[in-house]
Design a protein around this ligand. Structure first.
Ligand SMILES: Cc1cc2nc3c(=O)[nH]c(=O)nc-3n(C[C@H](O)[C@H](O)[C@H](O)COP(=O)(O)OP(=O)(O)OC[C@H]3O[C@@H](n4cnc5c(N)ncnc54)[C@H](O)[C@@H]3O)c2cc1C
Ligand SMILES: NC(=O)c1ccc[n+]([C@@H]2O[C@H](COP(=O)([O-])OP(=O)(O)OC[C@H]3O[C@@H](n4cnc5c(N)ncnc54)[C@H](OP(=O)(O)O)[C@@H]3O)[C@@H](O)[C@H]2O)c1
Length: 264
């Protein structure tokens, strides 16, 4: 049977599936850690916690290399920001590291993921626990006006190997300093003794109560909500630790008390 022929005016407008976007700015935190901002296409919408898919332009569409990256921008920003670490020999990042301002990247029009604060049940304190570039979605939340209004306080714990890897540190510290403890920032440097007040890995600092003592608040499912992002061994350890303490995962149509984003 012949395909029904739709009159032109009935066809829904279609957005391009992917687009080429120019790199507007690059900020290097260390030789292997940097932020980029790219042009934002029209009609590109997202929430804090979503991730985008970036591609490296290639001679043929099939040859392009694609990888997921968390959005660091606020949904209202005019450009899209990402925080990237170079993986030695990595198929994507080793080529990405060579790009300059003005060069192009491919961007899928859709956004992805369920690492969305809105998935959590109402609570009193939001704990954001991140390693390395996993701080990106937390910064997106902090940059989004009103995103944390339903909490009495928010705690951002960021663990990195070296001080210089505390990306966005000034941007987080400044509002925390004037927040009257509504925003608590706990930077943790693990491989430079004495660089920060706390220097151990996050799961151990929680297990022995050091982190809660530093923040001045307990971590309990009754009033705490937890977002965990970054290194997969870290997210796995945190899931086990929080489950043992009675935290519950978020399911479709069933808000929980903990959320995870694993980066590799
Ligand atoms: C939902 C999601 C969001 C992500 N967001 C970010 C982000 O905001 N910033 C970011 O830098 N990366 C992010 N990643 C990781 C990113 O997608 C790539 O995996 C990473 O950049 C490596 O790509 P590559 O092609 O250079 O390395 P590949 O050639 O794909 O990988 C080489 C090896 O490195 C391992 N690997 C991948 N990523 C890491 C890492 N970060 N540290 C150590 N080993 C790793 C892989 O398991 C693999 O064995 C995210 C991943 C997911 C799933
Ligand atoms: N950061 C660098 O200097 C550097 C340099 C060159 C290349 N790279 C590349 O970048 C990749 C990512 O490095 P990264 O430093 O961003 O991420 P990372 O290796 O995940 O380390 C980030 C932070 O997470 C901590 N961590 C690691 N495993 C953990 C676990 N199971 N539980 C709790 N905390 C944990 C680390 O503590 P510990 O210090 O205790 O591990 C560190 O404080 C590396 O694999 C490497 O390929 C990094």
């Amino acid at each position: 049977m012949a395909e029904p022929h739709l009159p032109t005016e009935c066809a829904a407008p279609r957005l391009p599936r992917l687009s080429r976007q120019r790199i507007c700015a690059i900020r290097r935190w260390t030789p292997v850690l940097w932020s980029i901002r790219i042009e934002r296409p029209a009609n590109y919408t997202f929430q804090p916690g979503h991730y985008a898919r970036l591609g490296l332009p290639a001679d043929t569409p099939d040859a392009a290399v694609w990888r997921p990256y968390s959005l660091v921008s606020a949904p209202s920003d005019s450009e899209l920001e990402f925080l990237l670490v170079l993986i030695p020999g990595g198929a994507f990042t080793s080529q990405l590291a060579a790009l300059k301002e003005g060069d192009a990247l491919l961007l899928e029009q859709a956004v992805f993921g369920f690492f969305l604060e809105t998935q959590l049940a109402p609570g009193d304190t939001l704990w954001m626990l991140a390693t390395g570039t996993g701080v990106g979605p937390c910064v997106s939340l902090l940059r989004t006006p009103g995103a944390l209004d339903r909490y009495a306080r928010a705690v951002l714990v960021h663990s990195v190997r070296h001080t210089a890897e505390l990306a966005c540190r000034d941007e987080i510290e400044a509002p925390a300093a004037v927040s009257n403890s509504r925003l608590v920032y706990v930077p943790i440097v693990t491989r430079e003794p004495g660089a920060t007040a706390l220097s151990g890995r996050i799961p151990r600092l929680i297990a022995d109560g050091t982190l809660q003592a530093r923040v001045g608040h307990t971590l309990e499912p009754a009033d705490s909500r937890v977002m965990v992002c970054g290194n997969p061994e870290f997210t796995t350890e945190m899931r086990a630790l929080l489950t043992e303490r009675g935290f519950t995962p978020c399911r479709r149509n069933s808000p929980g008390s903990m959320l995870f984003e694993k980066y590799w």
